[in-house]
Design a protein around this ligand. Structure first.
Ligand code: SAH
Ligand code: SF4
Ligand code: F3S
Length: 481
């Protein structure tokens, strides 16, 4: 075991990945070093409980840690994230290695708690309380990354019938716009070219009582104007909270990429109503049409749940029809699973799991065919790739790189020179080939001009209003909302 060393295992969404990054960097700030699980003094398991037997996943991760550390009682194990919040003290077992539970709002106190627990081996701590407002975590400095993810809010107020998130992440809390902008500026100065704003319900930013008068569209415009920024994205918006100004941002803000992940969940109006999504298929289609009018090349992705309680074959057919009509370039699709405490868990008319699985397979093969067709159409097009790193698969004598195009599609290309690091560079390319989920490309011209005046990324201009991200009250696009 290496003294003052740590290892973090992360499950779940991008917000969890971002939380793990913050925890790792703040532990490094306190003099800890990274290590393999077998050698680490502190092991953190950052968990997800959104679906599919999360409790078992955590139990098997804990078994794995016990095995590689041979149950060494000096090893401090912490469980963080949604399963910690959901299961609470049940995770402390007699003789177990778990001595720390970290909820989403408790993360800010985790580095201090870890130091305290290492000093007091008999102690156990539980950081599961929800705080009343978004608590700043303090800036941490990391190695430059091409794509910086910046959290703008925590929690969710929607209580969709199937979803555990409002219980595990608490009520929606918007972060102050000034702090979001400060973090964005810092990450751009480090070398990021793209910013992705994160939240469970990003486009409801500012609508909770913790807001500081900023609106989502106002915040987007402020971030889009930051020097050094080449690309801007956000995830995940709720269709019912797409305001007219959020749609027009795709026409107005040059760095805002023409790609949106817009969770549909179901194409059936009956199911959407029972899910409590507060829009119907017509609202969703209108929104898609409006987005495509604003950005004709808009690429849409989505999330879909099949086998929601009471879903009939006809309801499922409506979902297939919507997937066709919306021409999603990709989708994440899941079989419905009961989550404790949610309304849907109490619905009586559960769908046979075999039927759900068969529907999921049909949906996924439709999506695969759509994706293939949409990607094939891209062959021959010119575009720009932001290089995120070396490809996993390399051909002999050549260096293959991977990145994304503005539409969020992973693209692989070979670049000359084995030694130069192209990570973070913007490369003009021509698409040469489409694969199942990815594209291949060839460089077409010199690297794009670095418009990265990082040093110029100073404080906000003085002539801006007191809160430059403030905006008018939101007019939602979907009438049902
Ligand atoms: N606000 C986030 C929700 C995160 S959960 C968002 O809209 O993306 C991510 C996805 O998991 C959801 O969109 C939904 O499709 C899926 N999901 C959530 N609860 C589920 C459940 N009980 N069973 C199956 N899939 C679920
Ligand atoms: Fe998982 Fe959702 Fe929690 Fe993220 S917010 S960790 S996806 S349950
Ligand atoms: Fe879940 Fe619906 Fe909120 S999916 S996170 S309750 S928007």
């Amino acid at each position: 075991m290496i003294d003052k060393s740590f290892h973090i295992i992360t499950f779940g969404c991008q917000m969890n990945a971002n939380d793990s990054r913050w925890l790792a960097l703040s532990l490094e700030d306190r003099g800890f070093v990274r290590a393999e699980a077998a050698d680490a003094q502190v092991v953190v398991i950052n968990t997800c409980s959104v679906r599919e037997k999360p409790e078992q996943k955590v139990a098997s991760a804990l078994d794995g840690v016990r095995r590689v550390t041979r149950g060494d009682p000096r090893v401090l194990v912490a469980v963080a994230g949604c399963v910690a919040q959901q299961m609470g003290g049940k995770l402390f077992s007699p003789g177990g290695q778990v001595r720390l539970l970290i909820g989403s709002d408790g993360l800010v106190r985790a580095p201090g708690a870890i130091e305290q627990l290492l000093a007091e081996p008999e102690l156990r701590l539980s950081l599961l309380d929800f705080t009343d407002s978004y608590e700043e975590r303090g800036q941490v400095r990391g190695a430059p990354v091409p794509v910086a993810r910046v959290t703008i809010m925590q929690g969710c107020d929607n209580f969709c019938a199937y979803c555990i998130v409002p219980f595990t992440r608490g009520r929606q809390k918007s972060r102050a716009a000034a702090s979001v902008l400060e973090e964005c500026r810092a990450r751009l100065k480090e070398g990021a070219r793209e910013i992705c704003l994160l939240g469970q319900n990003v486009n409801a930013y500012g609508l909770d009582r913790h807001g500081d008068g900023s609106t989502f569209a106002g915040l987007l415009a402020c971030v889009a104007a930051l020097p050094g920024l080449a690309r801007l994205r956000y995830v995940t918006p709720h269709p019912k909270d797409m305001g007219l100004e959020d749609v027009s941002a795709f026409g107005d803000l040059a760095p805002l990429c023409p790609r949106l992940h817009l969770p549909l969940q179901s194409g059936s109006d009956t199911v959407l109503k029972r899910m409590g999504r507060k829009y119907d298929s017509r609202d969703f289609l209108n929104l898609v049409e409006r987005l495509r009018k604003t950005r004709p090349d808009m690429a849409l992705g989505t999330d879909i749940i099949v086998g929601f309680p009471g879903e009939s074959e006809k309801d499922f057919g409506d979902t297939l029809n919507m997937v066709h009509a919306c021409e999603f370039v990709s989708s994440f699709s899941f079989c419905y699973s009961d989550r404790p405490g949610t309304r849907a868990a109490l619905f009586p008319d559960k769908v046979d799991p075999a039927v759900s699985r068969e529907r999921l397979a049909r949906l996924q093969s439709l999506q695969d065919a759509l994706t293939r067709r949409l990607l094939e159409k891209r062959v021959g097009q010119k575009t720009e790739i932001l290089i995120e790193g070396r490809s996993r698969r390399q051909e002999a004598g050549k260096t293959s790189w991977q990145g994304r195009d503005p539409y969020g599609v992973p693209v692989h290309l070979v670049l000359s020179g084995n030694t130069e690091d192209y990570t973070g560079k913007m490369v003009p390319v021509i698409i040469t080939q489409s694969k199942k989920y990815t594209l291949m490309a060839q460089q077409a011209g010199g690297l794009c001009a670095e418009q990265s005046n990082f040093e110029k990324a100073g404080p906000l201009r003085k002539d801006l209003p007191a809160n430059p991200c403030a905006g008018k009250a939101k007019k939602n696009f979907t009438p049902g909302a």
